[in-house]
Design a protein around this ligand. Sequence first.
Ligand SMILES: Cc1cc2nc3c(=O)[nH]c(=O)nc-3n(C[C@H](O)[C@H](O)[C@H](O)COP(=O)(O)OP(=O)(O)OC[C@H]3O[C@@H](n4cnc5c(N)ncnc54)[C@H](O)[C@@H]3O)c2cc1C
Length: 327
Amino acid sequence: MQLPRFEYVRAASLDEGLAALAKHGADAKIMSGGSDLLVNMKMRLDTPRVLISLGGIAELQDIEELPDGVLRIGAGCRLTDVIAHPGVSARFPALRDAVAAVGSRHVRNIGTLGGNLCLETRCWYTNQSEDWRKARDGCFKTDREACHVIKTASRCHAINSSDTAPALIALDASVVLAGPAGRRTVKVLDFYRDDGVQHTILAPDELLVAILVPDDGRRAVFAKLAQRVGLDYAAGSFAASLRGPADAPEAVRLVLNAVGAAPKALTESERLLMASGLTDEAIEAAALGARQSLGEVTNLFTPSGFKRRLVKALIRDALVTLRDQTA
Ligand SMILES: Cc1cc2nc3c(=O)[nH]c(=O)nc-3n(C[C@H](O)[C@H](O)[C@H](O)COP(=O)(O)OP(=O)(O)OC[C@H]3O[C@@H](n4cnc5c(N)ncnc54)[C@H](O)[C@@H]3O)c2cc1C
């Protein structure tokens, strides 16, 4: 498959990148590693007239430990470099595990953390070649107000498959966004919208600059199930964090991804664990509760019945691991 024609702009600074974005508007697309974007362009799912590369912007490539203990990771840092950073491995092993779960080594050598957080949602009906798609009508993702996954849907149900998003949400991380009006910082959880087409709150003239991971004493775990390790996107992924003793937690955060258009915080199950601690019974109830509070589960990529069973098993096993680590 050939790439469509496009104009290439390599921004040397953040200001240059923002100016190019303001100039070209909806005709332009930001490119970091290009490992997702270029595939989508070959499939004609994205046909930007201008590609704005952020690869030359030094500010986006740094990993820094700030005086208040926050780890600041530039959005343009390659996944391989995030894994290799001693501060990430030593302080945030769950984040390292999530980054290491993204694709293969080749993908991680090209892909960036910012690109992974902004990863386009995926759907079995659209992430196909243009000829394949022509065999049926369009949908919200292409050219029609319709969803092939849930026929009665009023929005797109494509799936968010970012592996790092649940881990970063569990760690209470934030993202720094830059636009013409300046910068804003938002929690990673609030960065996402439950809509497969407009799946983040990024304005068309904004870009992601950095990820801020606070160190507030949480311990965390990340778990993912994919059909082929190193090749496939998650059938389900889960991250959990805990502050304080496992039998009387001060804070619990549970996040599920790859089951809907946005990562999902499992607030009911969190409340349950806060009230009872991570006992065997509470873990079982939290896993079962999560399964029930999933809401609409689609048949995308795996049957919905399998997904519900998978969710329960992922959560139960990860919570036992988290409790054992704490002990
Ligand atoms: C074979 C294969 C396997 C894969 N497996 C996985 C997997 O298991 N898990 C997983 O999570 N991903 C997977 N991916 C997807 C992808 O490679 C990774 O998510 C990667 O981290 C994307 O980063 P990138 O820098 O290449 O993003 P790009 O392709 O450059 O961009 C992705 C999207 O984010 C936007 N974007 C990028 N940077 C910014 C920014 N700074 N500000 C605003 N918008 C931005 C782009 O416009 C584009 O829409 C896989 C890809 C391939 C080809």
